[in-house]
Design a protein around this ligand. Structure first.
Ligand code: PLP
Length: 393
């Protein structure tokens, strides 16, 4: 292994050389069932023919031309995303943290426009919004922030899923301009919002003129079984951040906005050299097209339910299981103890899984899973978890 990479990741000691659908092969030719999907990125699985063709064709014409000129693919992608979401306008960038960074800048500019000099954004405990200075400040994890002080000002934190805490802030803090949250917390442990929470939050935002800003970087693009996570609730956000699944692995992020929020940025306020380039937009358009034409939203909903049902029937009553939860193809198994070592155990068994928030096994498979993959994942994961909990008992 090279010593010339900065030591930012605890990498697993394998490399993949080939992928097809929900499966990956390592250098030794061993096959793995993928339930990580490049961290909720590869919704179409690996080497999807339509995606491969779209990228190859775009690369053969123009890859990048800059935002000094019109980019027809970017315009088409903005149209498509707005039609699917009900939002009005899109700004394109290259990653999730940049999409949130755009949302945060937009909220601050919106606040200043109303004469609020210290615009403040309400954020959640256990939130994850990225690793840039603004987004790590918004993130609700001391581990991610420690050592990077001074953090930014202009954020107020409340517990996730606690609408009373938001009401308290509304009463006392007249500088609030927006609320930023995930509809299902990903890195924070696959935490799902209570059914009425978003509607209640929308009402508070409307009463105070705040922007409701959703970080759908992980939950967007079919991950939860609808195009966007907010569509389970019927509540519309004012601002939405997207990235992960949008380009199926070709880096692209987007900040969408609606109504007054869509008119906040003016020329010179924000930008990105690569953002929304023809290659990334071609990958995103092909991703959206494949999700629609292959019925992958329904598939994600049904397969996600089947995985949760399978895990529940195998694991309910097993001592050490706290909860099995999630939405669509975002699945969390919370244990009563740290379980990071299960990533290696599963890998040896030919299954790629992830553990987050110490005690939560996170499964974010490609949206294309069929019956065979569902059964293989449920069998492997439940056996590994049972064995681990019984061993340790
Ligand atoms: C992954 C993630 C981010 C950060 O995305 P990057 O592309 O790594 O910057 C932000 N928010 C959520 C909810 C995420 O899951």
């Amino acid at each position: 292994m090279t010593t010339h990479l900065m030591n930012t990741y605890a990498r697993q000691p394998i490399a993949f050389v080939r992928g097809e659908g929900a499966w990956l092969w390592d250098e030794a030719g061993k096959r793995y069932l993928d339930a990580v999907a490049g961290v909720a990125v590869n919704g179409l699985g690996h080497a999807h023919p339509k995606l491969v063709r779209a990228i190859a064709e775009q690369a053969a014409s123009v890859i990048h031309t800059s935002n000094l000129y019109r980019v027809p693919r970017q315009e088409a992608l903005a149209d498509r995303l707005c039609a699917l979401s009900g939002m009005d306008k899109a700004f394109f960038c290259n990653s999730g943290c940049e999409a949130n960074e755009a949302a945060i800048k937009l909220a601050r500019l919106y606040g200043h426009g109303k004469g609020i000099e210290v615009p403040t954004i309400i954020v959640m405990e256990k939130a994850f919004h990225g690793r840039t200075m603004a987004t790590l400040t918004a993130t609700g994890s001391r581990k991610i922030q420690a050592g990077f002080e001074p953090l930014l000002t202009g954020f107020a934190r409340v517990p996730y899923n606690d609408i009373e805490a938001v009401r308290q802030v509304a009463e006392h803090n007249k500088n609030v301009v927006a609320v930023l949250l995930e509809v299902v917390q990903g890195e924070g442990g696959v935490n799902v919002l209570a059914p009425d929470y978003l509607a209640d939050l929308r009402a508070i935002c409307d009463a105070h003129g705040w922007l409701l800003m959703l970080d759908e970087v992980q939950t967007g693009i079919g991950r939860t079984g609808t195009w966007f996570g907010f569509q389970h609730s019927g509540v519309m956000p004012d601002v939405m951040a997207l990235a992960k699944g949008l380009g199926s692995g070709v880096p692209i992020g987007a900040c969408l906005a609606r109504g007054a929020a869509a008119e906040v940025f003016k020329p010179g306020n924000h930008g990105s050299t690569f953002g929304g380039n023809p290659l990334a937009c071609a990958a995103a358009l092909a991703t959206l097209e494949a999700i629609e034409s292959e019925g992958l939203l329904d598939n994600a909903r049904a397969r996600g339910e089947a995985i949760r049902a399978g895990l529940r029937s195998a694991l309910t009553g097993v001592h050490g299981i706290v909860e099995i939860r999630g939405e669509g193809m975002m699945i969390g198994i919370e244990l009563d103890r740290p379980c990071g070592e299960l990533v290696g155990v599963a890998r040896d068994a030919g299954v790629l899984i992830n553990v987050t928030a110490d005690k939560v096994i996170r499964l974010v498979p490609p949206l294309i899973y069929g019956d065979a993959e569902v059964a293989a994942l449920v069998d492997a994961v439940s056996a590994i978890v049972k064995n681990y909990l019984q061993q340790a008992a």
